[in-house]
Design a protein around this ligand. Sequence first.
Ligand code: PLP
Length: 457
Amino acid sequence: MIENLSHPPRQHAQHGLWLPFSRPNDLEVEGGPVIIERGEGVWLWDTEGRRYLDGVGALEAMALGHGRTELAEVAYRQMQQLAFLDVFRYASKPAIALAETLLQIGPPNMARVFFAPGGSEAVETALKLAFQYHYLRGEPQRRKVICRQGAYHGVTFGAMNCDGRYHATRNDIYLGEGRFGEVAEGPAVGPGWGLGGRHTAGAENFRQKVLQLGHENVAAIIVDPLAVASAVAMPPASDLQALRALCDEFGILLIVDEVIAGFARSGRMFVCELYDVQPDFLVLSKALSSGYMPIGATLVSQKVIDAFNHGNPKDNIFTHGHTYSGHPVACAVALENIRIIKEEGLADRAAQMGIYFQKALARLSHHPSFVDARGIGLLWGLELIGPDKPMTAFSSPRMACLWLRKRLRDLGLVTLTLHPGTVFLLAPPLIIKPDEIDTMVDILDQGLSELDAALGY
Ligand code: PLP
C-alpha cells in the first residue's frame, strides 16, 4: 500500500545544518527538509508522521535495520564501564576483541587491524600504508594510485585522489594540480560484464593505465569489487581475480574497499570471500556497526606487516591514528553487530532475498524508461532512460531521475541516484521481508509509470 499519497504538503523550516554535497542554502533538498525522527526495521518516520521504506539502508550501513535495542544496550553498558579511551597508549577490551573477530572472519592473509572513525579515514590508512610499504622496500617513487571510472572512496584528501570522476565530483577544486590518483577509463568489456560495463573500467583498462604510467610508479590499485558508485556496474568475479594477478605481476598493492559491499550484503560476509581473492588491504566501515556508531577499519595483510617489521627502524613507524580510532563504544557495538549478523544468518538471508528481489524487479521491465536491473544479494542498481530515448520534459536524463527520486520519496521510498545520474541504488536493511520488497517494487512501479507519462513514452 502506498500510504503517503494521502498526506498534506510538507511544512518548510529553516535550520543551521549544512548538508553534505550541497550549497549552504540548499535546505530544501528534494522539495523540503524531511526530518526523520524514528526508525524501526526497514521503516523510517518523519516529524509529520509520514512513513518511508529505507530503500538504501541509511547509506548502505543498516545491515540489522533500525531500532535494534541489543545494540543500544551494548552501547549503554560500554559507556557506563569505559566510555572512551584512545588507543594511542592503551588498548581496550572491545578494540582487541573486534580486531580478533575481524581477522577471524576476514581474508586469511590479513594480520592486523587499524581502526578509524569512518570509511574515508580507513581508505586513507590503506593509502598511507601503501606509500610507506614501497618506501620501506626502496621504491619511494611508487606514488600513483589507480581507481575505476566512476569510483567513490570518500572525501578526505587521500580518498579524493581515488575518485573516478563520478558525476558530483569537484575534487579539481580541492586537489588542484597535486593529484596522485589516476583513473582507469572504460568501457569494461569481456566475459561476465553486463550493461554496467558501459559505465566503468575493468582489469584490462587498469592494465593499460599501469603500462601508461610505468608500473614502477604505481603504488596501489583501489577498487570496490561491486563498483557501486560506478553505476552499480557489478564486475564479474574474474575482474577482481585479474586485478589481483595484475598487482602481483607488477608489485602493486591491491586495496579492496568493501565499505559498502562488506558484512553480508553480497550473500557472503565479504565479496573477497565470494570471489576468492586475498587483497593487500581490506577497507571496511558502514555495516561494520550497522551505522549505530561511527567506525571504520583497515585490515592489513601479512605481506605489508612483514615489510614494516623488516624495514629500517628509522622509517617503519606508521605515524598515523585518530583520537577516535578504536573507540571502545564503537568497537563494542560493532562486535555485537557482527555477532547478530552471524546468529541471524544474514549472509544466507541476503542471498535468498536477493533472488526474490531480482524476480520482483523484473516486474518493472515493461516500463519504457527501464534499462537494466543488476545486482547481487541485497544490493541492486536500477538503470533508467536509455540513450536512445527522447528527452523533452526534463533538461537531461539526470534531471528526470532527480525528479523521480523525489517522487519516490514522497510515495514513501528512500532511494539514491548514482553515477551517471540515471542509476537508482536499492540496498535495504538485510532483515527486509518479502512483503516489504513487494512494497518497494510497488512504489517503484508507480513512480516509473509517472515518469514514463511525464516523458511522454
Ligand atoms: N568507500 C566507499 C566504497 C564508499 O561508498 C564510501 C562512502 O559512501 C566511502 C569509502 C567513504 O566512507 P565515509 O563516508 O564513511 O567516509
